[in-house]
Design a protein around this ligand. Structure first.
Ligand code: GLC
Ligand code: MG
Length: 253
């Protein structure tokens, strides 16, 4: 049997509990990705909910590979390698119908919403801690209060504790599509990996390939089981070991 020719691919991965979480598996995957990049021109993108401050902490702690593109703050900030400034074309798209100060003002009326640290409040992202017990009741009420004020926002609940309010068109999935077009890489050569609620937009109504790691949160797993798709693979292994398993499943590695 002849082997298929090796092709470069575009890997877009969430960090916490997806790429990062199992150190030995991360080392193994890093080594393989690094080789693939050098030999075949494969590209690596991180897409995380973290702000620049918290991203740099993790980068240092785990010695992450330098990504070609960095998507921070749940798809609202895009940085290309070697540039400190954000992609202003993307930022402009997000500003319509958005008012960060007003979102925060509306949020202050909900006792269950605990604002996250100031580093995590970004121009196009307002974030709270919210308990799972209160989430079901508070999210629809907050959503309505924002709509009543004419704010075009979306509410994303992740990991059973984080509530992010973002402009309507800002999410990890749309940021992935925007960059993929700029790089000119087809959806069949692109693969997105995630574990929680803020990763769902990378899998929902999209043409790219997807890997959900074995340790994924119920909020993502429930949706996955209800919406099966051969382009999406649920790994048995956790974190980086799940990514490796998925890349092998799709024949990328
Ligand atoms: C990261 C961010 C936090 C966000 C969460 C979920 O932990 O630091 O602000 O709420 O991701 O997207
Ligand atoms: Mg995660």
């Amino acid at each position: 049997m002849s082997e298929l020719p090796v092709q470069p691919f575009l890997l877009i991965t969430d960090l916490d509990n997806t790429l990062v979480g199992l150190d030995t598996a991360l080392d193994e995957l890093n080594q393989k990705l690094d080789q693939h990049r050098q030999k075949y021109g494969t590209r690596l993108i991180y897409s995380t909910g973290r702000s620049p401050t918290l991203y740099r902490e993790l980068e240092e702690e785990k010695g992450l590979l330098k990504p070609d593109v960095l998507i921070l703050s749940v798809g609202t900030e895009i940085y290309y390698q070697g540039q400190d400034a954000i992609d202003t074309g993307w930022a402009e798209r997000l500003s319509q119908g958005w008012n960060q100060a007003e979102v925060r003002a509306v949020g202050s009326h909900f006792a269950d919403l605990v604002p996250q640290p100031e580093t995590e409040q970004r121009p196009y992202k307002v974030s709270y801690f919210l308990s799972e017990a209160a989430a079901k009741e508070v999210i629809p009420r907050f959503d309505k209060a924002l709509r009543d004020r004419g704010i075009d926002a979306q509410l994303i609940y992740s990991g059973g504790q984080d509530l992010d309010i973002l402009p309507r068109h800002a999410n990890k999935g749309n940021a992935m599509g925007f960059i993929r077009e700029q790089l000119g890489i087809g959806s069949e050569h692109t693969i997105a990996c995630g574990d929680s609620g803020n990763d769902l937009s990378m899998f929902q109504a999209r043409d790219e390939r997807g890997i959900i790691v074995g340790n994924a949160r119920p909020e993502l797993l429930e949706w996955h089981y209800l919406n099966p798709n051969p382009n999406r693979y649920l790994a048995k292994n956790h974190c980086a070991a799940g990514i490796l398993e998925g890349l092998q499943h799709f024949g990328f590695l």
